[in-house]
Unconditional design. Structure first.
Length: 450
């Protein structure tokens, strides 16, 4: 099967604009919908895949289509119960055909003929960020300094009205991307990443000591809980759910048991700022990126501690008197469930809730790694989607590559990588969607059997 033309190319051929209107733009001729909300495809046999899987290397039996292409800086993704795919587009980020002026907002996509390629789209909103989630017939989205809620409308890709601001006045600078998850009882959780690398008196400066206690922890480096139905909340009216997480870009509830899981971006520059304790190789490999299980009140130790995967323990950061071996106050902090190589940058987390994939994948977690910048002189790494098997609600302690080939080179750099994974989501039919904020591509990965 020949690969479809990129989304923007189809828009041009169809003679429509990039901005959605009414029930969304048709990217190809499709029958008119008069039945309200559409049901997702019932896929006993998934559609044919693109000959090269859109550039991805996948495990045996899996294949992919380029669901949409050249859409801009596609960050997190979610799929509604009716199969409509919503993607957060990062405003001002580099994107194909956009330079540094990405418009931001929300992109809605639908595959009405069930061939694995989007043929309808709509765009709405303009303050695009990273997080996006569907909950109780509404779409929640990161609007940079706020979390907004769009009412969804049956039979339409566009919302039923203007958004409400649910949380406002979120802090900016540093790790400013927000992501969103919901608990089993309906509370909304929002990540607020740290402003700095390690809460130094002079950020990212050789030998600068840490601020102790770190004042950032009052409003940053943690997860906050809010009421998703109440407008105009602030961090002061919300509840700090967990703390000591430098940047929990992956955040999800495990539907099997309701427990909350997150990924943590480990700190940078151990070698560059603390060469008296760490050599270049240690600086490249340490500290671990983390998958953590989060309960209310948990403290994961940032900035005072980091996880050393070679020693398999939390150790005291050099900004706070550590030497790479001392544990100190870190004995009271919560360690990760799974550790990954340093600086891979985990961007998104999704539990596999479908039945399309083999039993090995059911109940496990997919994690999108954006790719490193701080591993020199070692090669940069990451740029992949991995799978973490679960058993009895816990990781088995291992992870495995699931999708690779994003960067397009064996020695990737962030600025030159062709694609960088940014989001993962599981559709009602069991397909996995993967987004990319460097090349603006969205993949749909299905299982076709061995």
């Amino acid at each position: 099967m020949a690969m479809r033309a990129p989304v923007w190319g189809v828009l041009a051929l169809a003679g429509v604009t990039a901005c959605g209107g009414g029930d969304g733009n048709a990217l190809a001729k499709t029958p008119a919908d008069t039945s309200g909300a559409r049901a997702p495809a019932a896929e006993a046999t998934p559609p044919a895949c693109d000959p090269d899987n859109g550039g991805l290397t996948l495990p045996a039996g899996f294949c992919a289509t380029v669901f949409a292409d050249n859409v801009g800086a596609a960050r997190h993704v979610t799929v509604a119960p009716n199969g409509v795919v919503y993607v957060a587009l990062l405003k001002g980020a580099p994107g194909p055909e956009q330079g540094e002026t990405g418009r931001g907002g929300i992109l809605a996509l639908e595959d009405t003929d069930h061939d694995g390629h989007a043929d309808r789209r709509a765009d709405f909103g303009s303050l695009g960020g990273t997080g996006v989630a569907v909950h109780d017939d509404a779409l929640y989205a990161d609007a940079m300094t706020a979390i907004v809620r769009y009412p969804l409308r049956a039979g339409s890709l566009e919302p039923a009205g203007r958004p409400d601001t649910i949380v406002r006045d979120l802090p900016t600078r540093g790790h400013g991307a927000r992501n969103i998850a919901f608990t089993r009882d309906g509370a909304m959780l929002v990540n607020v990443g740290s402003r700095t690398n390690s809460c130094q008196q002079r950020d990212r400066t050789d030998g600068s000591p840490g601020i102790d206690p770190c004042s950032e922890l009052e409003t940053r480096a943690g997860i906050w809980r809010f009421d998703p139905t109440k407008p105009n909340q602030t961090q002061a009216t919300g509840v700090r759910f967990a703390t000591g997480i430098r940047n929990a870009m992956g955040l999800a509830m495990n539907p099997a048991d309701g427990r909350i899981w997150a990924t943590q971006h480990g700190r940078d520059q151990l070698f560059q700022n603390w060469g008296r304790y760490f050599d270049a190789t240690q600086g490249a490999e340490l500290p671990a990126e983390e998958l953590v299980q989060v309960n209310e009140g948990d403290d994961f130790g940032w900035p005072y501690c980091y996880y050393d995967q070679t020693q398999r323990k939390l150790v005291l950061a050099p900004e706070y008197g550590g030497d790479g071996k001392e544990v100190g106050r870190c004995a009271q902090k919560k360690a990760p469930a799974v550790a990954f190589p340093g600086h891979w940058a985990p961007m998104a987390l999704a539990f596999y809730t479908g039945t399309q994939y083999p039993a090995h994948y059911r109940g496990g977690a997919f994690i999108a790694f954006h790719g490193s910048w701080n591993r020199a002189p070692e090669p940069q790494a990451g740029y992949r989607v991995v799978f973490v098997p679960f058993s009895g609600g816990q990781p088995t302690g291992t992870y495995e590559d699931f999708a690779t080939g994003f960067a397009g080179t064996s020695s990737p750099q962030p600025a030159s990588a062709k694609h960088r994974p940014a989001g993962v989501a599981v559709a009602p039919d069991g397909a996995l969607f993967i987004t990319d904020d460097a090349g603006g591509r969205i993949w749909r990965v299905v299982y076709r059997g061995r």
